[in-house]
Design a protein around this ligand. Structure first.
Ligand code: UFG
Length: 339
């Protein structure tokens, strides 16, 4: 069975390709390499022994998208990651974000419909819940307008997929990620943000390695035990494994609805200062950080109710915060030639 993974050289995509291949599945990656490099497929090959097929083009091109399905008629299912993902950038350039994320997804769906490929796993985000009224947040929680155009593209895509499911034979699973961090144990693949990282953990590791002077902690006056915001950090390999399970559920027709939604988190929240402490413990050094003003748009606290994913997918996250930090740190060391 051949699986198409869009954005398969990206951070979560590459870890998912590894897990798919380790389950014996054939993978074709589509990526325009706008935020990743071709080298990722060699990292994947080192881990799994198999180099995935990589097709480099932009899904915003409908002709190339259709040709892809003609070239690989044995594709049975799609895992769709390809998207721009910087919250800050999306606020500055909303049209670029809407154009890229929505058009590429529409083209992908058209290509799938034309070729009779009717299984889709979609990479969504807990950003669709905004600041939830109740914690932990369940899949039933009301959706709020996401804080950024990036977040809104995820919400709009969920709607487009769900409408397409209602009007066709498409079956989909929407996976709402909490905060994926960490890297593969082998340190052959990991997160490689271009430019200055937006996210906490790459900023921490880049500070510790000396690429950044200090981490700015955005606010310590929130209504949380230590005043810093709380997130549900989840190891990227745990997250990747959930995609394999979701895909099999669709292909084996075990899904209970044509469009299902699952939260992917650990169910446990950690503050920014707790995350820094866990990093300091595994790296053995003090992190240079300063408390600064709040970052506009930040959610105060969010963590997942994971019961639905635990029960229906038979999936549970296993790796704790220290493993997440250790693997993220090893990856940074590897990039610096020190691992
Ligand atoms: N933080 C800092 N300093 C930094 C970076 C982050 O203090 O340099 C803090 C943030 O204020 C926040 C926490 O670390 O409290 C986590 O921030 P991230 O940027 O790592 O993650 P977010 O929860 O803000 O955003 C993530 C994804 C988005 C997604 C969102 C959904 O990056 O793509 O979760 O809630 F939309």
């Amino acid at each position: 069975m051949k699986i198409l993974v869009t954005g398969g050289t990206g951070y979560i995509g590459s870890h998912t390709v590894v897990e798919l291949q380790q389950e014996g599945l054939d993978v074709v990656i589509v990526d325009n390499l706008s935020n990743s490099t071709k080298d990722v497929i060699y990292g994947i090959e080192k881990i799994t022994g198999t180099r995935p097929v990589l097709e480099v083009f932009d899904l915003c091109d409908i002709n190339l998208t259709r040709q892809l399905f003609q070239k690989h008629p044995d594709i049975r299912a799609v895992v769709h990651f390809a998207a721009y993902k910087s919250v800050g950038e999306s606020v500055k350039e909303p049209l670029r974000y809407y154009h890229n994320n929505i058009l590429s997804s529409i083209n992908l769906l058209k290509g799938m419909m034309d070729s009779g490929v009717d299984h889709l796993v979609f990479s969504s985000s807990c950003t669709v819940y905004g600041q939830p009224d109740k914690l932990p947040v369940t899949e039933e929680a009301p959706l709020k307008r996401p804080e950024s155009p990036y977040g809104n593209t995820k919400k709009v895509m969920e709607d487009i997929i769900s409408d397409t499911v209602s009007s066709s034979g498409l079956k989909a699973i929407l996976l709402r990620y909490f905060n994926p961090i960490g890297a593969h144990e082998s340190a052959e693949i990991g997160e490689s943000p271009t430019g200055i990282p937006d996210n906490l953990v790459p900023y921490i590791t880049q500070t510790a390695i000396g690429k950044r002077d200090h981490l700015r902690v955005f606010g310590d006056d929130y209504d949380t035990p230590d005043g810093t915001p709380i997130r549900d950090y989840i190891h990227v390999v745990d997250l990747a494994k959930a995609h394999v399970v979701a895909l099999k559920r669709l292909v084996d027709k075990k899904n209970k609805k044509d469009c299902e939604v699952f939260n992917l988190g650990t169910g446990r929240g950690y503050s920014v200062l707790e995350a820094i402490k866990a990093f300091e413990k595994v790296s053995g050094g003090k992190l240079n950080y300063k408390i600064v003003d709040r970052r506009p748009g930040d959610i105060v606290k969010v963590w997942a109710d994971t019961k639905l994913a635990n029960r229906e997918l038979g999936w549970k996250s296993g790796k704790g915060l220290e493993v997440m930090m250790r693997t993220a740190w090893n990856w940074e060391l590897k990039l610096a030639g020190k691992f």
